[in-house]
Design a protein around this ligand. Structure first.
Ligand SMILES: [Fe+2]
Ligand SMILES: [Fe+2]
Length: 182
C-alpha cells in the first residue's frame, strides 16, 4: 500500500499506485502527490476582492449543480444513469467545500437537498452538459483573473474536471440512447 494526497482538495488516497484522477474532486494525476510531499500550508493564503467574488460565485454554481445531480441521482427508472449522477453530486459538493475553505466561508446548507430535474433523461443530460460548460468556462476565466498562485491552480484544475464531466455526459447520453443531434 501507498499513501497519496490531492493538492487540490487535500484528501488522502490509499492504494498501490496514484490514481489517474482524484476520486474525491476529480483533479488530474499531476495534482496527486505522495503523502509526505503535500504542503500543509497550501491554503494559508490572502485573497483579493476579485478572487473572493469568484469563489462566492463558484460556491453558488457548485451548489446548484450538486442539487441538480442529487435530483438525477434519486431517479429510479435508470439506476445505472442515476449512479453516475450521484457520483457527480458528490464531486461537485467536494468542489463547493474546497471553494468555501479558500473563501473562509461555510457551504450553503441546501447543498444536501435535491433540486429539481424536469423532463426525460436525454433532456437532463443535455442540461448537465450546459451546466458543465458554464462551469468549465467560468473557472477558466477565474483562473486567468486570479493573481494568487494557489487560487489560479485550483480554478484551472477544477475547470479541467468540469471538461471531463462533459465527456461523462456524452458517454451517458450514448448509454441512455439519446440521439446526438437532439
Ligand atoms: Fe482531490
Ligand atoms: Fe462538474
Amino acid at each position: 500500500m501507498n499513501a497519496f494526497r490531492c493538492r487540490i482538495c487535500g484528501d488522502a488516497y490509499l492504494g498501490s499506485q496514484a490514481p489517474s484522477h482524484c476520486p474525491f474532486c476529480g483533479a488530474h494525476w499531476e495534482y496527486i502527490v505522495e503523502l509526505a510531499m503535500y504542503p500543509e500550508d497550501i491554503n494559508r493564503i490572502t485573497i483579493t476582492e476579485v478572487e473572493r467574488d469568484d469563489l462566492a460565485a463558484a460556491i453558488q454554481l457548485e451548489t446548484g449543480n450538486a442539487r441538480f445531480y442529487l435530483a438525477l441521482g434519486s431517479r429510479t427508472d435508470r439506476p445505472e444513469l442515476a449512479s453516475a449522477y450521484k457520483r457527480l453530486a458528490k464531486i461537485e459538493t467536494e468542489h463547493c467545500e474546497l471553494f468555501a475553505k479558500l473563501a473562509g466561508t461555510s457551504m450553503p446548507r441546501e447543498i444536501r437537498e435535491a433540486g429539481t430535474a424536469q423532463g426525460d433523461w436525454c433532456a437532463s443530460i443535455e442540461e448537465s452538459e450546459a451546466r458543465e460548460l458554464t462551469a468549465m468556462n467560468f473557472y477558466a476565466k477565474a483562473a486567468l483573473r486570479a493573481t494568487n498562485d494557489r487560487i489560479r491552480e485550483v480554478f484551472s484544475a477544477i475547470s479541467a474536471v468540469e471538461a471531463d464531466h462533459i465527456e461523462v455526459d456524452v458517454l451517458l447520453a450514448r448509454i441512455a440512447g439519446c440521439s446526438p443531434n437532439e
